[in-house]
Design a protein around this ligand. Structure first.
Ligand code: PEP
Length: 261
């Protein structure tokens, strides 16, 4: 997993997408916390995060306070404040104590026409308010078939990094999520993941030489308890962004345990 001598704290982040009611979520979180407590003697070395819908953030942040689980958002407005009906701003998230936000998830890119400039604006806005953006990049099936996976992913990364202040960019997290692997049960081979992560790390070294080794590179796309250990063993994989399996506390706990070996 480790790419350099610098110790990196892995991050395992769940992405609930638009699932679970706020009233169900708190019981779910208590269940997860009980499972983690039962495993406490093994002591996870990862940072744990659940990215939940906006409606869940206040209640879950309160319940998670002081526990090993952080609560993050799944999106943020590119704007600071004003007449943007339906949007939620970075200062609003920060005011709730939220520290992480996913930006550029492929579902946002696809269903809400978010381009690299939008992803960049959101990442900048998040960083300006002390939030850590988890920037998602990933190729579509046709792009991989055309041999363009690395080119597409590096293009998205370059778009996200444009104009970021080196000082704040060191907080960045990047998630490689091939679109064709999200929610499909299909995963890239270990070599395919290793190749993309090596290119991402290399590009970070060029763009942000001071910060590159500390930026966590997550893999996301059909991570399950059954494949987590082999994914976490790949060089330059510093954790995971987990969709479907993060909705089941038992599966999520097994994924966390897989990283600790
Ligand atoms: C995701 O949506 O970020 C994701 C990785 O989903 P899944 O794990 O369900 O493929």
């Amino acid at each position: 997993m480790q790419s350099a001598d610098t110790p990196i704290t892995p991050l395992i982040a769940g992405n609930w997408k638009m699932n679970r009611l706020p009233s169900e979520a708190q019981a779910w979180l208590r269940d997860l916390l009980a499972r983690l407590e039962a495993d406490a003697d093994r002591g996870s070395r990862s940072e744990l995060l659940l990215c939940v819908p906006f409606t869940h953030l206040a209640g879950m942040s309160e319940l998670a306070f002081g526990t090993p689980v952080g609560i993050g958002a799944q999106d943020v407005s590119r704007h600071e404040a004003g007449a943007y009906t339906g949007e939620v701003s970075a200062p609003m998230l920060a005011d709730l104590g939220v520290r992480y936000v996913i930006v550029g998830h492929s579902e946002r890119r696809e269903y809400h026409a978010e381009d690299d400039a939008t992803v960049n604006a959101k990442a900048q806005r998040a960083l300006a308010h002390g939030l850590t953006p988890i920037v998602c990049v990933g190729e579509r099936q046709a792009e991989r078939d055309a041999g363009r996976a690395v080119e597409v992913v590096l293009g998205q990364l370059a778009g996200a990094l444009e104009g970021l202040e080196p000082g704040s960019a060191e907080r960045l997290v990047v998630a490689y999520e091939p679109v064709w692997a999200i929610g499909t049960g299909r995963t890239p081979t270990q070599d395919q993941i290793a190749e993309v992560h090596a290119f991402l790390r290399d590009r970070l070294r060029t763009a942000l030489p001071e910060a590159a080794e500390g930026i966590r590179l997550l893999y996301g796309g059909s991570v399950k308890p059954e494949n987590a250990a082999e994914i976490f063993a790949i060089a330059d994989v510093d954790g995971a962004l987990v969709g479907g399996a993060s909705l089941k506390a038992a599966d999520f706990t097994r994924i966390i345990a897989a990283l600790d070996g």
